[in-house]
Design a protein around this ligand. Structure first.
Ligand code: PLP
Length: 272
């Protein structure tokens, strides 16, 4: 049977990030995607021009409708928007207890627009973070979550990952792209509270990408839904994102930052 995976995230109408990127990733990895929208954004590859949170009870109703009917094998959580949305999601997840919750703590866009209100951060830490099977912060998000500077070395990333594990996430993957931005390899640090692994991938030299965090966390959720163990899911997702970054030139989407291309392999196979 094809597993079902639910994304709870924001909408990027230009298609490179958010729910749109999540559903493409699910399709590429052959899991069935469901999607509950937390926030509508108006954005393109150059700018986020509007952020419009969905009413918390409407977010909750979408998730409840899915979880009450569909057998969900993994959940990916992305952009949340407001404290009230964070709380309503935590409440409905505690009620239904779906397995394999992957949380990408989206705080701002690469262009600098805030995507989670400041007062929501504390609610996020307290109510949602402890529900994470895997938490996937980048360097800035990891720093913000623990109220410290962003890690700038693999050693610092290891320290932050352990702190975030102590805050309640079962596994923490601090993504390395911005920890050591000039290194030839990206090192993602995975901490399960007892073991720390450094997952390495050859860096794809690409300034100004769009949607990498969304695709990574969705790919982890997809692999967990298919039965992979957490380290294997993280490793596979890391490779998947690297390939989706490398294929970004096949798309001509917009004139700003380059959306990654999670569907590249599927489309290439169809052409053959
Ligand atoms: N818009 C939405 C709806 C998102 O979920 C995200 C990231 O998760 C972004 C924008 C930011 O994407 P990027 O970091 O590529 O700018």
């Amino acid at each position: 049977m094809i597993p079902n995976v639910l994304t709870i995230a924001g909408s990027d109408p230009s298609g490179g990030a958010g729910v749109q990127a999540d559903l493409k990733t699910f399709a590429a990895l052959r899991v069935n995607g469901c999607a509950a929208v937390t926030t509508l954004t108006a954005q393109n590859t150059r700018i986020v021009s509007g952020v419009y949170p969905v009413a918390p009870d409407v977010v909750e109703a979408q998730i409840e409708a899915v979880l009450a009917d569909v057998d969900i094998a993994a959940v990916k959580i992305g952009m949340l928007g407001t404290a009230a949305i964070v709380s309503s999601i935590a409440m409905v997840l505690r009620r239904f207890q779906p397995p394999n919750i992957v949380i990408d703590p989206v705080l701002r866009s690469s262009t600098g627009t805030g995507l989670l209100k400041d007062d929501a951060l504390e609610v996020f830490r307290r109510e949602l973070l402890p529900l994470a099977t895997v938490l996937t912060p980048n360097a800035d998000e990891a720093g913000a979550l623990i109220g410290a500077k962003a890690p700038r070395s693999v050693a610092e990333a290891r320290t932050v990952a352990r702190t975030l594990h102590g805050m309640g996430a079962q596994n923490v993957l601090v993504t390395g792209g911005h920890v050591t931005p000039n290194a030839p390899k990206c090192v993602d640090v995975l901490d399960d509270g007892s073991t720390v692994q450094e997952l390495q991938v050859q860096r794809v030299m690409a300034a100004d990408t769009h949607g990498t965090g969304c695709v990574l966390s969705s790919a982890i959720a997809a692999h967990l839904a298919m039965g992979a163990a957490v380290p294997d899911a993280c490793r596979a997702a890391q490779q998947f994102v690297a390939a989706a970054i490398a294929a970004r030139g096949e798309l001509s989407a917009g004139h700003g930052r380059k959306p990654v291309h999670p569907l590249h392999e599927l489309w290439r196979n169809r052409q053959e």
